[in-house]
Write a protein that binds this ligand. Sequence first.
Ligand SMILES: *[C@@H]1O[C@H](CO)[C@@H](O)[C@H](O)[C@H]1NC(C)=O
Ligand SMILES: *[C@@H]1O[C@H](CO)[C@@H](O)[C@H](O)[C@H]1NC(C)=O
Ligand SMILES: *[C@@H]1O[C@H](CO)[C@@H](O)[C@H](O)[C@H]1NC(C)=O
Length: 495
Amino acid sequence: MAYYLLVFPLLLLLCAPSPSLAQPFKAVNLGNWFVNEGWMDPSLYDGMPNNDLLDGTQVRFFSTRLQKFLCSENGGGTILVANRPSASDWETFRLWRINETYFNFRVFNKQFVGLEDQGNKVTAFSDTAGNPETFQIIRKNDDRSIVRLQASNGQFLQAISETLVTADYVGSGWDDGDPSVFKMTIVNPNAIRGEYQLTNGYGPDRAPQVLQDHWNSYITDEDFRFMSANGLNAVRIPVGWWIACDPPPKPFVSGSLKALDNAFTWAQEYGMKVIVDLHAIQGSQNGNGHSGTRDGYQEWGDSNIQDTVAVIDFLAERYANNTSLAAIELMNEPMAPGISLDTLKKYYQAGYDAVRKYTQNAYVILSNRLGNADAKELLSFASSLQCVAIDVHYYNLFSDSFSNMNAQQNIDFIHNQRSSDLDTVTTANGPSIFVGEWTGEWEVNGASMQDYQNFAKAQIEVYGRAQFGWAYWAYKCAANYWSLKWMIENNYIKL
Ligand SMILES: *[C@@H]1O[C@H](CO)[C@@H](O)[C@H](O)[C@H]1NC(C)=O
Ligand SMILES: *[C@@H]1O[C@H](CO)[C@@H](O)[C@H](O)[C@H]1NC(C)=O
Ligand SMILES: *[C@@H]1O[C@H](CO)[C@@H](O)[C@H](O)[C@H]1NC(C)=O
């Protein structure tokens, strides 16, 4: 016991933030700056041709002649057929965009549609996409949902019969009876719009300039002045794994590192702290556009740990001695069950060790898994580490349970359920808790200004009890209530 009494104050000292490190943090997420989220600023996609056909867009092809859907039989690994009266997973193709009109089609089992042995038969055998797996989508002028698909042999894909799909049609008609004409439907319009879709959508000629302009204008010195003048003392900055590569693999482009340096300079200028959040991870930790995914598959796993730790190592080395660094968050929103707890802990331990090579007092933030009911699953693991916070995200959104709640019920939910959620994860000698994302938006229709004010106030009050603090999502957003800047300027939120 005496031993612990001696050791404890020591640990607290080590962990103790430098005098200017003012926990709990009142922070805001600089979302959509270095990791694009299309919905937050749709105008960024305006200059892009065929911007409804980006990477990860899911499409279906309906033969107007046979009145049946194209289908990768068995979900992939064999032939294509054209015999399905209705469409589901096997009739859905995920686009990989080559350029504005050329694409690969990825099927349910992840193979690519292509020409068998360079012949004319259309199959879904190949695990990789090359020339035989590339098709041009030619859209009809006066109805862009009507398409013909030109294969790499120059000929058009046709549904000859319900069980025979080939790429040997040479005609050029557009009428419904033509076996090469399909009606294309988009299953998930705009659902995946992230850094991959933005950069690959513009392509290597235009993306570098578009992104550079965005980085330079989206957040500036003036924004840091505004934030600090309005009661914020930290920023959480989502970054993508490519920030550590120069040049990064295509389609990502260089320059975000330099812009992140600017954030540190401005933070120092206005006395704010920076939480660097590895938000987009190679392989994708949750399948969402903001994870940097190409097509929505969540594929991050054990084999990615080493590369991901290298990104953390890079960021830690670069910013460890910077007085503005508050924390490095190892991974945003890993998704269960795709990512197992064992794999995640293995990564978190290695990422933690990487940060500790360079700094003892920067916090390391571990994000709880989404899609897992046990909010305490990281607590005992985290208790063995020093200066660690667990990141929990609290939205009264994204679940049917909120769709029928009125304003007062939402506010009560914060005071009751969220408050108890927070108590559940808060332990005496365990990690600090960080409500790293929350927002003033909700499912209530026609809410008054007063309702919004009360909702935000309730959250600031409850999340203000989190030891490490909170971070609003986001600073800037085309949707007003998601924008803390807008909320402050329009008197919805006062800190
Ligand atoms: C688009 O990609 C295809 C296939 O690689 C290529 O043949 C074509 O020239 C490209 N078009 C443009 C405009 O870059
Ligand atoms: C940080 O500063 C310490 C003390 O000045 C120095 O020993 C260390 O090498 C620096 N670390 C980095 C990553 O620059
Ligand atoms: C922190 O990093 C920024 C950007 O590199 C730099 O301008 C600033 O001087 C650094 N501050 C310290 C104390 O190292």
